[in-house]
Design a protein around this ligand. Structure first.
Ligand code: FE
Length: 213
């Protein structure tokens, strides 16, 4: 599957931070090939098609998401731009041989908010498994504490003024080829074996910096 073609400006499909098969056996190369090479790419291409010659051309993706949120007239742009943002964030939150112990500053925040790292992971898992329909589960910072939350379809925590640290894609395209209807098996294997806690800790550090400014 060709996933290396560069998409014309203004928005681009960010390269995967690893090979398509690097997340095996938890997520197959076939799933990543379709998910990144077809679904993620389509959101970027659709967003580009929709923003051309509008006031959203040539502004950063995150600003397009914020500027089109909760605006029924811009729902099509929002859905594709937010899905482009969410997927880029999702890929960076995973890594081969991930999981394990979060870095100390993140671990302390998880313990303060949930009681333990295990309890935080369990709440994230529960919210991902229990979400009805298509959407996302998130670990977020509200500037003071950490929370888990879910969003439907393309929505994300940026639109609520929250800082995302990590996300789990629970659209069926994220897991159906590998796990069929067993979403819980995908979610738990991902949290245990693929989560990139360094990425989540970096996001926490950036969120804390922006609160201090
Ligand atoms: Fe997806």
């Amino acid at each position: 599957m060709n996933t290396t073609t560069t998409i014309a400006s203004p928005l681009s499909l960010p390269p995967l931070p690893y090979s398509e098969s690097a997340l095996e056996p938890v997520i197959s190369g076939r799933t990543v090939g379709f998910h990144y090479g077809k679904h993620h790419r389509a959101y970027v291409e659709n967003a580009n098609r929709l923003i051309i010659r509008t006031e959203f051309a040539d502004i950063p993706l995150e600003r397009i998401v914020l500027a089109t949120a909760d605006n029924a007239d811009r729902a099509n742009i929002f859905n594709n731009a937010a899905q482009a943002w969410n997927h880029a964030f999702y890929w960076r939150g995973l890594k081969p041989k991930g999981g394990g112990e979060p870095p100390a500053p993140l671990k302390e925040k998880m313990e303060a908010a949930f009681g333990s790292v295990e309890a935080c992971k369990k709440e994230l898992s529960n919210i991902a498994i229990g979400h009805f329909g298509s959407g996302w589960a998130w670990l977020v910072s509200d500037g003071i504490s950490l929370k888990v939350m879910k969003t439907s379809n393309a929505d994300n925590p940026l639109t609520k003024g929250l800082a995302p640290l990590l996300t789990i894609d629970v659209w069926e395209h994220a897991y159906y080829l590998d796990y069929q209807n067993k979403r819980a098996d995908y979610v738990d294997a991902m949290i245990d074996k693929l989560v990139n806690w360094d990425f989540a800790a970096d996001n926490l550090s950036k969120a804390s910096d922006s609160v201090r400014r």
